[in-house]
Structure formats: C-alpha cells, structure tokens
Design a protein around this ligand. Structure first.
Ligand code: NAD
Ligand code: IPM
Ligand code: MN
Length: 364
C-alpha cells in the first residue's frame, strides 16, 4: 500500500494531548484502509524554543516541506510571552505558514445539531448555519514591512509600535481564486468578501481584485461587507453566509467568532493550503489553551476534524475523511462531551476518553 509521510507538530499547551488523539485516528485509518503512514514528530513553538532556542528550527521546516502533509496542534503560552518577537512561538507558526506558502486557510464552521445547546446563541439563530471562512494567511498586517517597536525621537523616551497593513494584487487574486473555487463547489454558491474598504487602501485594492475575479465565476454570487458589520451579521443571522473570503487579521477574528455557531473553539478545524508546491498544514483554529493544558480536559475534535481535512484536501481520500467525520458525529450522538461543549444530560469526558470514543466509533 501507499505510504504517506506525515509531519506531526504537537507544539505547546494542550498540543501533545490532542496530537495523541490524532495519532490514534491515523493508526485506526491505517488498519482499516489501504494506507500506511510514516509519522515523524518535529519541534515547533515553545517546545522548539526550549530545546533549540528557535520557534521554527530549520530541520522542522525542511521535514514539513518534504512531507506529504503537516498536522499541527497548537503553539504558544505564558512561558514565552515576554520574549522578543522573533523568539516567540507565534513567530514559528507564522514562519511555517509562510515557508510552506500556505496562503489560503479554510476554516469551516457548520452548526452541529447535537451541539445546538452548546452554543450561546439561540437555537433558531444557529440551526443549519454553515459558513466556510477562507482566510488569507501569508500577508496583511501580520507580515507587512516596515514593522517594529522603537523610540520615535531620540531622548524623550516616547515609543511607537509599528505595523504595515499591505496586500498586493497577486496576493488577493490567488486567495480570491481559492475562495471562488470553494464557493462554486458548495450548494449555495455564494461568496461574501469582507474588508474595510471604507477606510483602508489595502482593503480598497482587496475589493477591486475580488470584484474583478468574479467575472471569471459568473455562477458564484459575490457580495461585500465591511468587517464591523460582518462581525455583527455573523451572530445576528449566520445563515445568510455561505463562503466568506477575507484578509489575515479579519479572518483570524471572524473565525474565532464563527466557532460560536458550533459552540466551541475546540470544534473548529482548518486547512492551510498553497498552490501545491508544498504540502498543506492541517491545524485546529484554536490555540494552546494554557488554562486547561495538562489536565486531560481539552476537546480533541478540532484536531480530529483537521485530520479529516488532511484526507479531504491533501491526500484525496474523501472516503477516509467521511469516515472520520461520521465517527465524530457518532460520538456526539452517543452523548460524549468534553467540558467546553457540555450541556445537560450529556456524558462529561476528558480528552483521552473522547479519543477512545472516536476510535471505537470508527470501527462501527
Ligand atoms: P486559545 O484558543 O488557546 O484559548 C481560548 C479559550 O478557548 C480558552 O479558554 C481555552 O481553554 C479554550 N479552548 C481552546 N481550544 C480548546 C479545546 N481544544 N478544548 C477546550 N477548550 C479549548 O486562545 P488564547 O488563550 O488567546 O491563546 C493561548 C495561546 O495560544 C497564546 O499563546 C496564543 O498566541 C496561542 N494561539 C495559538 C494558535 C495556534 O497554534 N494556531 C491559535 C490561537 C492562539
Ligand atoms: C491562529 C492563531 C495565530 C494567528 C497566532 C497564534 C499567530 O491565532 O492560528 O488563528 O493569528 O494566525
Ligand atoms: Mn486565531
């Protein structure tokens, strides 16, 4: 059988706990399907800083680049919060995405009937909500130059923090193309571009490029919203959205907000994709959850669903992806809940027990 080389990056906080569950799922897949995996773990984030004093060691990036797919859990934590920018875990994650040219981040947020009560929003608001956020991932104010934290005038001690919000036409066109392709394959074929074109030149360019691209996709219905309104509409009436395309910063914020359509950040997976030169990075939307790390409380399902996205978007095995998605559905049907999605009458479990339940459900 075919052997897929996967790079596993457990990272920090709850990372190792949820990555263990991802391994369990992969082990099960290799037993059940005609697939074999070679799994190699590598250091990233705080774990890499502690061991090698850099958040993305060269060997990690190289191993990821030559792999058939990258599974990343999460990075960061208070231990590394006061280090200089280039020595922060977050810089490692950004360098990984940049190094693998993963410019399009697909973040699906689809309401799950079994979790309707886990959402703080009213059932009638979130029921059947199904949004796919396509977040640009290698540009924007995250990467713009110049940047820095410096003294403005010598002597008087006044400092400034400086970042540059910038998009080039090439950057907007390539992520817009991904978003239109995604929208085209969905049933409603609607794409909403979110920006701040009433204030920002980078957004003005964004809107012009997306609008231009729309002429190539006459079957997709394009609309535009300002990000402040979009943030409000997303919780007022989420069903109006189908696919959303937006920049790096707005997409970061809106996707965390969209997690409330499902009920927890611990449920949202993502796929970070480039043009195929390098493998994609499959990573939960959430962070390292330092508040619950090491307590076997983390919800591993965002990680598990990210493994499903690896099969769907990278390894071309939607059959495996469907099996994983169905298993998640079944453990929710059976009432298993980690604390973040707990509601009355359900069975509270930890990360490990949830992983075991997913594995069992995969053999059903
Ligand atoms: P966070 O996403 O780590 O946590 C936010 C809240 O959601 C916390 O209460 C946490 O307990 C909860 N949560 C998150 N994932 C969960 C899960 N799987 N199961 C149950 N509950 C979960 O965001 P934060 O607290 O703002 O950031 C913590 C650290 O993570 C920071 O260092 C930040 O930079 C980093 N971070 C990393 C990533 C990433 O690796 N992709 C993403 C976001 C934040
Ligand atoms: C995410 C995170 C990262 C981001 C941080 C940790 C750099 O919030 O993956 O959403 O802002 O992209
Ligand atoms: Mn984020």
């Amino acid at each position: 059988p075919l052997i897929h080389h996967l790079a596993l990056l457990p990272g920090d906080g709850i990372g190792p706990e949820i990555m263990a569950v991802a391994r369990q799922v992969l082990d099960h897949v290799s037993r059940r399907f005609d697939l074999r995996f070679k799994l190699e773990e590598h250091l990233v984030g705080g774990a890499a800083l502690d061991a090698l004093n850099e958040p993305l060691p060269e060997e990690t990036l190289a191993a990821c680049a030559r792999s058939d797919g990258v599974l990343l859990a999460c990075i960061g934590g208070p231990k590394w919060d006061n280090l200089p920018r280039e020595k922060r875990p977050e810089s490692g994650l950004l360098a990984l995405r940049k190094g693998l040219e993963a410019f399009a981040n697909l973040r699906p947020a689809k309401s799950i009937p079994q979790l309707i009560d886990a959402s703080p929003l009213k059932p009638d608001v979130v029921r059947d909500a199904d949004v796919m956020v396509v977040r640009e991932l290698t540009g924007d104010v995250y990467f713009g130059e110049p940047r820095g934290l410096h003294y403005i005038f010598q002597g008087n001690g006044e400092r400034e923090g400086l970042n540059t919000m910038i998009y080039t036409e090439t950057e907007v066109f390539r992520v817009a193309r991904v978003a239109f392709e995604v929208a085209r394959k969905r049933q409603r074929k609607r794409l909403c571009s979110v920006d701040k074109a009433n204030v920002l030149e980078s957004s003005q360019l964004w809107r012009e490029c997306v609008t231009k691209m729309a002429t190539t996709y006459p079957d997709v219905e394009l609309s535009h919203l300002y990000v402040d309104n979009a943030a409000m509409q997303l919780v007022r009436a989420p069903r109006q959205f189908d696919t959303i395309v937006t920049g790096n910063l707005f997409g970061d914020i809106l996707s965390d907000e969209a997690s409330m359509l499902v009920g927890s950040l611990g449920m949202l997976p993502s796929a970070s994709l480039g043009d195929g030169t390098y493998p994609g990075v499959f990573e939960p939307v959430h962070g390292s959850a330092p508040d619950i790390a090491g307590q076997d409380k983390a919800n591993p399902l965002a990680m598990v669903l990210s493994v499903a996205m690896l099969f769907r978007y990278q390894l071309n095995r939607s059959d495996v992806a469907d099996t994983i998605d169905a298993a998640v559905n079944r453990v929710l049907d059976a009432g298993y809940r980690t604390a973040d999605i707990m509601s009355g009458g359900m069975r509270l479990v930890g990360c490990r027990e949830m992983g075991d339940a997913v594995e069992r459900a995969m053999s059903e």
